[in-house]
Structure formats: C-alpha cells, structure tokens
Design a protein around this ligand. Structure first.
Ligand code: M6R
Length: 579
C-alpha cells in the first residue's frame, strides 16, 4: 500500500526515482513526492498521480534521493500529506510504507517538546524522532528510534549533505538493488529491473546504509550479510508490450502462465509438507480467496480429505482443525491479512505452506515451505493471470495428493484460455454497460468463479455486481431481479446442469437479461439466453479456465466501454499491506 523508491549513485537521482515510482504506481496513486539530498534537501510533492507528471522534478540536482507514491491511510490525499516528510529544519527526509500504530502518542510527545507538524500522517513522527537522535550518523539515529515505532514500516531516510540512504523494514516489503556504482531500494523488484538483476531482500528488523559504492546491513546492532538473489523477470515483462492496458496484456499471457507454472512445478521436488496430510485449511483474500474456494472443490472431489477455506481477515476468529496443513495464498506475498493468518497458524503449531508469485516476499519467510506460481509481474490492480497461476498450482497439488487424477489434462488444458480469448463479447458488453447492478451465478466450482467474475466487474467498471451460488438466488436476491439487472450464468455440462438450467429459466421468467456461458452446440441454452457465450467442449478444468477468461474479458471490455481507469481503479491498491 504505497510504493517507495530510492537511488544513490553517480547519476541525477530525480529522473531515476520518477521512473521507479511510475512502476510502483499500482501500489498507490493518490499523491506522490520526491526528496533529493545535495547540500540541502529539496522536496517536490503533489496530490495526484506521478504519471500525470510534475514539471521541473527531473531537473533537480543531487545523486541521492527518495520517492513515494501514496495510498492514503492517515490523512486525506493532499499535497501536504504526500511523502516525503521532513523534520522541523528540513534537514532529514523520510518516505514510509506501512502504519505507525502509536503515532498519535508519539506526535503528542514531540509537539510537547516543541516540534511542529505539517501533515496528518502517521509517518511524520519519524523525521521528527530522527531530528532528536541525529548527531551526524543517520544509520545510528534510525537504529535509535525504531524501537519506539509500533506497527509496520519500510522506511527510506536521507539527510542534507549526506550521500547515503538509510533503509529499514519491519513487516512491509523492501528490496535493495545492487547497481553499477549505485544502490537502489524499492517496495518490489519491478522498478529495480531497469538497473540490476541482483537484489537483496531485507529481513524484518534489518537496517541498511546504502551508498553508491556499497550496502551495509545490521540486524539488532550486529553487521550481517544477506544473500544476493538474481531475478529472472525481464524489463519487457513489466512493460505493456503494445497492449492498451496491463490487464489485457496479463489476460493474454494466461495460457503461457498456466502451462509454465505446471511445467516448473513438475520439475521441482514435491513439497514434503504435503505428505500424509489429512486436511487442509486455506487462507487468502480477494481473488486469491476465490482460487482457494475452487481448490476446495477439487480437493474434496479427488483427494478424499476435507478442505476449509477462510478469509484471511477472519481467520483470527476461527480455529482450524488440529493437524491441518494451513496454506496461505497470496500473489504478492505481502497481503497483511494473509501474513497475519499464516503467522497465527504457525504459532498454533500447524504446518504452513505459502503459494505466491513473488520470490523473497514476506509470506515465503513465515511459512514452512513455498510453492511459486510463475505468473511473472502482475501490474494491473485487477488480478487475472495470478488467479490462473493459482489454479495451476492447485491443480498440481491436487494431482500430487490424489495420485495423478488430473495428470493427463494438465499439459493441454491451457488451450481453453486461448479459445476463450477469441470469443466475441460485444453483445454481452452492450447488456452490461448500462447496468446499475449485476449478478454472477454458478454451482459447485462455478460458484467461486461467479464470485470472481463479480469481483472483476465491480472492481474495474464500478458496476455493483454480486456473485451468488445459483441455488441461493431465489432465497432473497430474486427481489432485485429486473430488466435492468443482467445476470451472468455459468452453465457447463456437468452434474449440476439440469438444476442450473432450471435456475436460468426461473431468472429469465423475472424479465432478467441472461448472459449464459455454456458449451457450443447447446440449443437449449442458446434459446433461453439473451446472449449465449459458447466455449468448446472439454474437461471440467478446461471449462473452468475458459469461463474465467470470458468473465475477465467481459469486465475488461465493459470497463473500456465505460471509459474507466482500468489498471488503477479508484480507491484501490495492488498490494494491501494493512490489516
Ligand atoms: O496479493 P494477494 O493475492 O494477497 O492479494 C489479495 C487481494 O488483495 C487481491 O486478489 C485483490 O482482490 C485483487 N485486486 C482483485 O482483483
């Protein structure tokens, strides 16, 4: 939630920081700012998006600087609340991602001692605390104040006249890059790829002093070495590659994402932790939660043991059965609710497994073992290819735990996505674009898909959309059905087909425009539907992947028709690092 970027090297820092922040904008985009240290510190900050620009920033002198793109938590989006924040003398500048929970009492104390605050943010206590401790060694000052901060933080700090950035992290992501006579820091690896493939993932509690020549790291006052990882994502992967939006590019990448995730997992040793398990509890949020719900159907159908799925944010109020393997699913690996859930599971003695897309992310450090999806960088706030990659990981796991029940299907099943990319959705978009409200319905594994379809629709079009189990819609939501409330019904040729077909007719009888996704050649569905979207016949997994893609594209095309800000929908951020 917020992106931070720092550069310390031989070149002008400002233009490099601006480009870095543009790549982090998906993490937050209500305001941005930059501070460059030369003899003095110069700050430029502003409400709005970095991509809308700010004249003169690139001309700032100074080869050491820090920047921030914000998703407001404390204080409205405004020029004043934008980071960086300064101490009373403008001699120390700080950018911060996370939340300082005890900021109110710290602020009161500091004000009593004469400090003047100029924002409503929690962050501003940090430069004022540093001001009291700074005696020429900024790293020492940072080390002195960190014990006073409660909450989560990734911090970058600079001081006037110093060619060094001090970085610190605790429960918020921070990656350092080793460049050519330069050191860099960022909230994730994407903006570092322009400069280096050699990165260091800081541990919680680490403090780093970064200069053009070297990076020194301390943990609890002791110098430490952290491993240098090589990132094999390319710069091209984090660019739009000719597509109008990242979301569309990422949807088109899905066939390759599914098959390369399966291929890579097959080449790895299976995680020992899944051996002999008798039950799983899966925790996740948003799209990852929907993938987990779908996993439950696959596990229970094929593996012969129970699977529970919990919203990560609710997990603390529940108790998983003793002995359950607890699986945390998170594309980013940084979602605070999911991290808290995995931490709780570990503390109560459960074996834990992370499923994530991001090497070095926090979830990989707190879970006992990790399975990586191979989605590559997902930039659009709306999760698409990561959902497909999660389904690939889950299919692989089910295959492992069931003795190979899906095996034959897995190498070809991604072709369903390629087929779905070709479907003409214009008539369906015409029905959706003027809707005030929509429903998505399905049964069995298509119920979580309906939830996911509705999430995509509401997230990027701002049309109110609800996902429902098709059988449940007559227990209340029927009252909302009308000619202005289109319903998307997922109706594959499975065991649920006859009753699903009846549900579609019941909804149709209320005058509801029906968009039905089924298999080609089904005359009954074609006749009852206002718009029939036909997919080729195939296995259950084949149809799940095809239906997913259709719903993603339906949301995307509707959002295009409505002129929405697709990759950065209002009020959202890609990675939600607060509980
Ligand atoms: O990184 P995670 O998978 O943990 O993210 C979880 C959710 O925040 C995320 O899936 C969110 O719901 C998406 N923006 C939906 O498209």
């Amino acid at each position: 939630m917020c992106g931070i970027f720092g550069y310390c090297g031989q070149q002008r820092a400002a233009p490099i920081i601006i480009e870095g922040l543009k790549r982090l904008e998906y993490r937050g985009y209500d305001s941005f700012g930059i501070a460059v240290a030369d003899r003095n510190i110069t700050v430029r900050k502003k409400e709005g998006r970095i991509s809308q620009g700010m004249p003169n920033i690139p001309r700032l002198k100074g080869t050491t600087g820090i920047g921030h793109t914000r998703w407001a938590t404390h204080g409205i989006p405004s020029d004043g609340n934008a980071h960086p924040h300064l101490d009373c003398h403008g001699a120390i500048a700080v950018v911060h991602n996370g939340i300082i929970q005890n900021y109110a009492s710290l602020k009161r104390e500091l004000e009593e001692r004469g400090h003047t605050f100029s924002s409503d943010t929690d962050t501003e206590v940090i430069p004022h605390l540093l001001e009291e401790e700074f005696k020429g060694d900024l790293a020492a000052a940072v080390a002195a104040i960190l014990p006073r901060l409660e909450g989560s933080y990734a911090i970058l700090a600079i001081a006037e006249g110093h060619r060094e950035i001090i970085a610190a992290r605790c429960r918020s992501p921070l990656v350092l890059g080793i460049g050519d006579r330069a050191s860099l820091a960022a909230s994730d690896v994407n903006p570092l790829l322009e400069h280096t493939e050699r990165v260091i993932f800081l541990e919680d509690g680490d403090i780093a002093a970064m200069s053009a020549e070297k990076i020194r790291i301390w943990h609890e006052g002791t110098p430490v070495e952290r491993p240098v990882s090589r990132i094999d994502w390319s710069v091209e992967e984090v660019k739009k590659g000719g597509f109008p939006h990242y979301m569309l590019k990422e949807i088109y990448e899905q066939p390759e994402v599914f098959s390369s995730t399966i291929r890579a997992l097959k080449e790895e040793e299976p995680p020992e932790i899944v051996n002999g398990i008798r039950g799983v509890t899966i925790v996740a949020c948003g799209t990852s939660y929907h993938a987990a719900l779908l996993f439950r159907y696959l596990v229970e159908a094929h593996c012969g043991f129970p699977a529970r799925v919990e919203l990560a944010s609710e997990f603390k109020y529940t108790s998983p059965p003793k002995g359950d393997l607890v699986i945390g699913v998170s594309q980013s690996g940084e979602t605070a609710d999911t991290l808290a859930a995995i931490q709780k599971a570990s503390m109560s003695g459960h074996p834990t497994l992370a499923v994530t897309n991001v090497l070095g992310s926090t979830i990989t450090r707190i879970a006992d073992d990790t399975l990586f999806m191979r989605a590559g960088p997902e930039i659009s706030v709306a999760a698409t290819k990561s959902f497909i990659a999660e389904l690939a990981v889950f299919s692989h796991l089910v295959d492992l735990m069931s003795g190979g029940v899906l095996g034959k299907d897995l190498p070809r099943v991604h072709l369903a996505i390629s087929e779905a990319l070709l479907v003409d959705l214009s008539p369906a978009v015409e029905l959706c674009r003027d809707a005030g409200s929509m429903f998505f319905v399905g049964r069995g594994p298509y119920f979580p898909l309906a939830l996911e379809g509705a999430l995509k629709m509401k997230e990027i079009t701002y049309i109110h959309a609800e996902g429902y189990a098709a059988g449940e819609i007559k227990h209340g939501p029927f009252a909302l059905l009308s000619a202005e409330t289109p319903v998307v019904a997922l109706c594959p040729p499975d065991d649920a087909y006859p009753v699903m077909f009846s549900n579609i007719r019941e909804m149709k009888a209320r005058g509801t425009p029906m968009i039905v996704v089924g298999v080609s050649g089904n005359r009954d569905l074609r006749d009852v539907a206002d718009v029939f979207i036909s997919l080729p016949e195939g296995s259950s997994l084949f149809h799940i992947l095809g239906s997913t893609t259709v719903m993603q594209l339906l949301a995307y095309r509707t959002a295009v028709a409505l002129g929405r800000d697709i990759d950065q929908p209002r009020n959202l951020a890609k990675s939600v690092t607060v509980e």
